[in-house]
Ligand binder design. Sequence first.
Ligand SMILES: NC(=O)c1ccc[n+]([C@@H]2O[C@H](COP(=O)([O-])OP(=O)(O)OC[C@H]3O[C@@H](n4cnc5c(N)ncnc54)[C@H](O)[C@@H]3O)[C@@H](O)[C@H]2O)c1
Ligand SMILES: [Zn+2]
Length: 376
Amino acid sequence: MTAPVRTEPSTVKVALGARSYDIVIGRGQIASLGARIAALRPGVKVAIVTDENVGRRHLAAAEAALAEAGIAASRVIVPPGEGSKSFGVFEQVCEAIITARIERGDLVIALGGGVIGDLAGFAASVVRRGLDYVQVPTTLLAQVDSSVGGKTAINSAHGKNLIGTFHQPILVVADTAALDTLSPREFRAGYAEVVKYALIGDPDFFAWLEANWREVFAGGAARERAIVVSCRAKAAIVGRDERETGERQLLNLGHTFGHALEAACGFSDRLLHGEAVAAGMALAFDFSARQGLMPAAEAERAIRHLAAVGLPTGPQDIAGPLPPVDQLLALIAQDKKVKRGMLTFILARGIGSAFIEPGVDQGAVRAFLSEKLLRR
Ligand SMILES: NC(=O)c1ccc[n+]([C@@H]2O[C@H](COP(=O)([O-])OP(=O)(O)OC[C@H]3O[C@@H](n4cnc5c(N)ncnc54)[C@H](O)[C@@H]3O)[C@@H](O)[C@H]2O)c1
Ligand SMILES: [Zn+2]
């Protein structure tokens, strides 16, 4: 594969005092990785953690960029998929980083999607009591969401992301050309998180997405713009609430309903994370309208856009059996504190006006979901 043409990148800053870092976004930017790392940490060694799919396509470019800057790199390649966010693979990655003689002051590079970012970031946060790391996200979901903000995790038998840390990267390099090799379905799933930022707090961005989503899917300047706007939105929220004690919870829009559906599908290829989030956001908007928070037409507009790009907007779009409503409610209540029958949801007063609602009545959610399940 010939190297993609490198264009002038955009930079978004995550402002966290001494832990601040840049997100560099642009076509061909993997080629700049070595020079950027050499400038930040002269003389370091690195271990690149990646998965087999990404390794096959993008590891050579990353290694070439590092070699060009005189940086010694070793590689740690794990199987692709959510299954790698396990204790077993985590142990292998930690041992491989130690075997590669990565010391305090050296670096781990996470080259891949959200699975690699979470796994390598977690390993970096604990090996030798904490190593710096760089995110090189290669899925749309990772470029607009998981590579930014410093959440790392692996999964427990009790649930997803239950074992992890907050550990900010020192740099994020998002090469938009890497997305050219992503499957259309994975790209579309990641796009749900782009729409999420618009629905949370940016009505103008939503209107822009309605008008330009085809160009975003096609690549080029519109894609880069969508990623930049998304990263700016996430960086701003993380900058104000790094540890999710307040405002950062807004980023869970669509994730409460979404997680229940994802869990009901066994976290499998039946329903990708972004697809579940799309369905969850559609449900959250519909539910908000039913609660009288916004006109029905406003919720319909949000849902119409998700449907237009081919994302699911509720249980009716999910093939195969789904559990009965009480089981879905149990899944919703599982990772939430239920206080006197009340649940916390991210609801909205309109497109771009999401808010945290800690007092959602379980009975209302039950009635709403029952009706949705009946319509399948
Ligand atoms: N830390 C956070 O803040 C945060 C936020 C959201 C999601 N996540 C986590 O992210 C994970 C999901 O991330 P994801 O959707 O990127 O999944 P993923 O990392 O599994 O990637 C999806 C698939 O695409 C492949 N792939 C990746 N880049 C590719 C490329 N450029 N070309 C071809 N194939 C490529 C991967 O090998 C994999 O098969 C979940 O584990 C989720 O919990 C974390
Ligand atoms: Zn998500």
